[in-house]
Design a protein. Structure first.
Ligand code: XMP
Length: 323
């Protein structure tokens, strides 16, 4: 019968057998799947695993610290953090088209990750042969199954590497659904903030700013998002909603009155949704008093924001994210 304990034992034994005395690399995104996959592999092979976390500067408040401190403290994992904020901001400067932003973020992410990978391999010699991925059962079904290898092009500015490196994949979550992954993570001692984390898009806050992305706008959105999350958590609503994107309409301004005068600031959109699988969604009927607290705090505490609006669109026709 299925128990988290037996899944962990089985996977640990299988990973040890597969890896032997070789080495593995795992990319951490801050999300549940990569965190649980990494923790499982860490339990199996300890310091033979190196994790890579690319900080693209588009994370929410406190999330990078969660990976750097809490995840490392809970697992003892060897972690390489790449601070790539400037690089991402430069690449995104002046770009407001959503698809263009996604492309740029995806491209830069792969470049930075591969660079980090190449550096680890250069440090550790040719024994790095495995790449850990947090693939879940629904992903396996969707992509038609089959285990794989990954081809990684190395970079020429890191000497002594073959032109193409082939990695074998370790995918310890391939048989699990999301709720099972959370149970395994909990059993492995990961903090609730990581295990119970709601979905968050890979391109991060970059696609929650309608308009172009800048450090200033990101900081503003980070503040507003942190307030919304704080109040939703305080109200005990985290398990009732699927996720609540907070969006900055950076190219929109409206007139307001705050303190002793007229303001001309940006609106923040709250997009709380209920869903089973993100394919369809309904807007969450949040209690008015919670919405009121979020609105009051955001307009009081976040500079340049003078209006908070609620998105009451289901999916379809609206997507969950605004971009
Ligand atoms: P939409 O906006 O299409 O979102 O209704 C459905 C779900 O997917 C998440 N999402 C992403 N996740 N990379 C991700 O890892 C992405 O580029 C991305 N875009 C959207 C979104 O947060 C929601 O949970």
């Amino acid at each position: 019968s299925w128990t988290t304990g037996s899944v962990i034992e089985e996977q640990v034994a299988a990973i040890r057998e597969q890896v032997g005395d070789r080495r593995a690399i795992c990319g951490l995104s801050g999300g549940v799947d990569s965190a649980v996959a990494a923790a499982l592999v860490q339990k199996a092979i300890g310091s033979q695993l190196t994790c890579v976390y690319v900080d693209h500067g588009l994370m929410r408040k406190g999330e990078t610290e969660q990976v750097e401190k809490d995840f490392v403290a809970a697992t003892g994992v060897q972690l390489k953090v790449v601070d790539a904020e400037e690089r991402f901001l430069k690449a995104l400067a002046g770009v407001s088209d959503p698809e263009e932003k996604r492309k740029i973020i995806g491209r830069e992410f792969i470049r930075v990750f591969e660079q980090a990978q190449a550096e680890i391999i250069a440090d550790q010699g040719p024994a790095v042969e495995f790449l850990v991925q947090g693939t879940l059962y629904p992903d396996v079904v969707e992509s038609g199954g089959g285990t794989g290898t990954a081809n990684i092009k190395s970079h020429h500015n890191v000497g002594g590497l073959p032109e193409d490196l082939e990695f074998q994949l370790i995918e310890p979550l391939r048989q699990l659904f999301k709720d099972e992954v959370r149970m395994v993570g909990q059993e492995l001692g990961l903090p609730d903030e990581i295990v119970q984390r709601q979905p968050f898009p890979g391109p991060g806050l970059g696609i929650r700013i309608v308009g172009s992305v800048s450090k200033e706008r990101l900081d503003l959105l980070r503040e507003a998002d942190a307030i919304a999350r704080e109040e939703l958590t305080a109200a005990g609503l985290d398990r009732d909603i699927w996720q609540c994107p907070v969006v900055l309409l950076a190219d929109v301004r409206s007139v307001g009155v705050q303190g002793d005068g007229r303001t001309y600031g940006h609106p923040i959109v709250l997009r709380p949704v209920s869903s089973e699988d993100a394919m369809t969604a309904d807007w969450s009927r949040l209690p008015y008093d919670v919405l009121a607290r979020i609105s009051t705090r955001i307009t009081n505490e976040v500079k340049d924001v003078n209006r908070v609006v609620l998105d009451v669109t289901s999916k379809p026709p609206g997507t969950i994210e605004w971009e």
